[in-house]
Design a protein around this ligand. Structure first.
Ligand code: 4AD
Ligand code: MG
Length: 499
């Protein structure tokens, strides 16, 4: 018999198949067991009937617990009411290993508890959906660039110098001298663009982020296209097309996953070109304006309404509780945890909003936008928004200056809507040797380590541009996740190196 996975069962209706997997759930009825089998590709209900299976199959089913590994043989029946539109009428069951005390039970757990058990949690529904969206996004990224003639090339991870400022470098001992884990493949990407015209790197990067936020990891994946003969406008257009492709592929191919995550698809549907583009100067004006204050007040109003609705629901649930059947009580318990989690979020948001507006209204030209400023800015737009031409002081040493205004760098950030904030950072690169040498000095960077980089400006320098997309922030945005830690199989943060 050919090996079959659960995701292909629809094509097997009427056939007898063998499935290998794990028990996700088990329910008993008189002379019957209903097993929900999980094999990583999907879930399927298996019906075990005492009257039609042999004694050893029945015994194995009786002792099977959550996450017990087993082999199931049976007939595939079409049944649109079931998950996946099919059901297995079991003829034989064989247990591989019985599991005792699986730590993650169907009752809700806190995120920290689950993160400590990430190696097991990955088997659950929610991570299943997120990781599949992540995989789809990775495929879109490769397809997008490959179809446009970009070469995928790799930058080294061990480097001799900083790319994005020296404060977030991980230093390591490299045979007695010091080296760093790379923060970005960009500088090597520029080398590759001069050799191959249009390239993209796709690799892990490292930043010693010493704060815990919802948006920062210490190890994350970055996709960095770099293009010879591209100016800032071409760069921004490429970024737009790129994000539209990512969002539309995910909506087309990850319907089930996004639905499971409760993602609002209207928001993703609005990801269409062109994106609004505003200069840093205009963004500052907008941020400080009455319009922002209006949005903050409207949000406060919405949150207060949601808060009272939830509190009312919780009170009603509790009032009826004693009279309910056991299974109904369990459902109410689970709902109460959901309600409490959301109420905590609302309370936090209501605490933050006045502070956010206070700092936004006092924002001074020349500073960098903080996370809350980015969030407020995105509320003005229904699509991703591009902010360009930042004060040079808040951007990296390698950025080209705006020929129209020397205080500005030709950098751009793409902010994802709904408060997700920066997912892309990039710009046009300085192409003049003397300027770049001066910049390296001004930023206190070791000149020797940049000689090879200067060579690009000595031997046939050309205008060129590129950007970096943070994969995990993109997954968080597409999936609509509150926190970046759920977007990577094994998150690395200030407080977490295990599992
Ligand atoms: O804006 P950043 O720092 O830009 C660069 O590194 C450029 N060298 C890229 C380029 O032009 N080739 O980082 C790019 C993106 C950010 O927009 C964000 O999405 C993500 O990387 N990012 C992080 N993601 C998770 N955790 C962190 N600590 C991140 N820091 C940046
Ligand atoms: Mg940035």
């Amino acid at each position: 018999m050919k090996p079959i996975t659960i995701n292909s069962l629809r094509e097997e209706v009427g056939a007898t198949v063998t499935l290998k997997g794990w028990v996700q759930q088990k329910r008993a009825s008189k002379g019957l067991f209903f097993l929900v089998l999980r094999d990583g590709t999907g879930l399927v209900q298996c019906v075990v009937n005492q009257g039609t299976v042999d004694e050893s199959s029945w015994e194995d089913t009786t002792v099977a617990t959550q996450e017990t590994s087993l082999i199931v043989e049976g007939e595939v029946l079409a049944d649109e009411r079931q998950i996946g539109g099919v059901e297995i009428q079991v003829s034989k069951i064989e247990v591989i290993q019985i599991v005792e005390d699986y730590p993650i039970t169907p009752k809700p757990h806190g995120t920290e508890f689950l993160m400590d058990r990430r190696h097991l949690w990955l088997r659950s529904r929610r991570p299943w959906a997120v990781m599949r969206v992540r995989n789809r996004i990775i495929m879109s990224i490769h397809n997008f660039f490959q179809e446009r003639g970009f070469l995928q090339m790799d930058a080294p991870l061990l480097t001799k110098s900083a790319v994005e400022g020296t404060s977030t470098l991980f230093e390591i001992d490299y045979f007695g001298s010091s080296a760093y884990l790379t923060q970005s493949g960009q500088l090597h990407g520029e080398v590759l663009a001069m050799a191959f015209n249009k390239i993209y790197t796709f690799g892990p990067v490292f930043r010693a982020e010493k704060s815990k936020t919802r948006r920062h990891l210490t190890e994350f994946w970055m996709i960095e296209p770099e293009m010879a003969f591209y100016d800032l406008d071409m760069n921004m257009s490429l970024a737009e097309d790129f994000l539209v492709r990512i969002a539309s592929d995910a909506m087309r191919d990850c319907k089930e996953e996004l639905e499971l995550l409760g993602r609002n698809l209207d928001a993703l549907n609005r990801v269409q070109v062109p994106f609004p583009r505003l200069t840093y100067c205009d963004a500052v004006e907008l941020l400080r304006s009455d319009k922002t204050q209006g949005l903050v007040e409207a949000r406060q109003h919405e949150l207060l309404n949601e808060q009272s609705d939830l509190e009312r629901e919780r009170t009603e649930n509790r009032a009826n509780y004693a009279r309910l059947k056991e299974w109904k009580k369990r459902r109410i318990d689970a709902r109460e945890i959901e309600i409490n989690t959301r109420l905590d979020q609302i309370e936090e948001a209501l605490r933050n909003l006045p502070k956010w507006w206070k700092s936004a209204s006092a924002f001074e030209w020349g500073s960098d936008f903080g996370g809350s400023d980015e969030t407020l800015l995105t509320w003005h737009f229904e699509r991703p928004v591009i902010v360009h031409r930042y004060p040079e002081a808040v951007k990296a040493f390698y950025m080209k200056r705006d020929p129209e205004d020397d205080r500005l760098a030709l950098g751009m950030d793409v902010l994802a809507p709904e408060g997700f904030g920066e997912i892309i950072g990039g710009g046009q690169r300085a192409d003049d040797l003397a300027f770049l040498e001066a910049q390296v000095q001004r930023h206190d960077l070791p000149e020797e380590a940049f000689e090879w980089y200067f060579d690009l400006r000595r031997y046939g320098t050309v205008p060129h541009s590129g950007f970096g997309l943070g994969l995990e922030r993109t997954v968080a945005w597409v999936c609509g996740l509150e926190h970046i830690r759920e977007t990577i199989p094994f998150p690395r943060t200030l407080g977490r190196l295990v599992p």
